[in-house]
Write a protein that binds this ligand. Sequence first.
Ligand SMILES: Nc1ncnc2c1ncn2[C@@H]1O[C@H](COP(=O)(O)OP(=O)(O)OP(=O)(O)O)[C@@H](O)[C@H]1O
Length: 214
Amino acid sequence: MPDSPTSTPPLLEATGLRFSRDDEPVFGPLDLSVDTGEALLVQGENGAGKTTLLRVLAGLLRADAGEVRIAGQLATPAERAGVLGYVGHLPGLKGDLSTLENLDYLGGLQGRRDASTAEAALELVGLAGYEDQLARQLSAGQRKRLSLARLWLAPCPLWLLDEPYANLDLEGIELVNRLIRSHLDEGGATLLTTHGAYAAPPVRTRLLQLERAA
Ligand SMILES: Nc1ncnc2c1ncn2[C@@H]1O[C@H](COP(=O)(O)OP(=O)(O)OP(=O)(O)O)[C@@H](O)[C@H]1O
């Protein structure tokens, strides 16, 4: 059935997206979409191309074919950067700055969610008391929590989360799910990857199974 003229386009839509390295296909062509208020869980075994897909969507790698639309509009990587918050395997933090300085610095670059403060974000992710600790002195799980605080502070409706549960304890896994749930409740959307070892977020979740390209 054709879409009615009033239907809202997905927040993120990719069509015919394909990526190859040295003429070897990594994934695609594939189509995906994520609506406001929805999480899309990208599953696949190690090496299936999940991280590569997120990096292409984030504009960090160039697709060799396909289109990406944000809210129905074709969006270049630069245009996408303004709407998406990306948390990858590397925390993207400045090791010689404290947790609070990291959030202030990154907030200056990416803007800040209304009425939120760096201190409140640290408390939200369980890092209250660590305000003056250098990022390089944090454990892997604490660094992931700091990355989540940065994500939470960013005014970005679309979250791209690569293995967000990695390095987190049980409470940290619940924290990720809480953050995703409230982000979706506030009109955001999330695309997250997992190789399947962790539970999916308890939200409106669709599944995209990524297979290794032949
Ligand atoms: N920088 C790189 N240079 C060359 N090949 C790469 C590079 N990064 C990834 N690859 C290859 O691309 C393929 C997809 O890797 P990718 O990291 O996207 O998989 P993944 O599904 O995220 O895996 P995992 O579950 O292990 O994180 C793999 O075969 C990998 O070896």
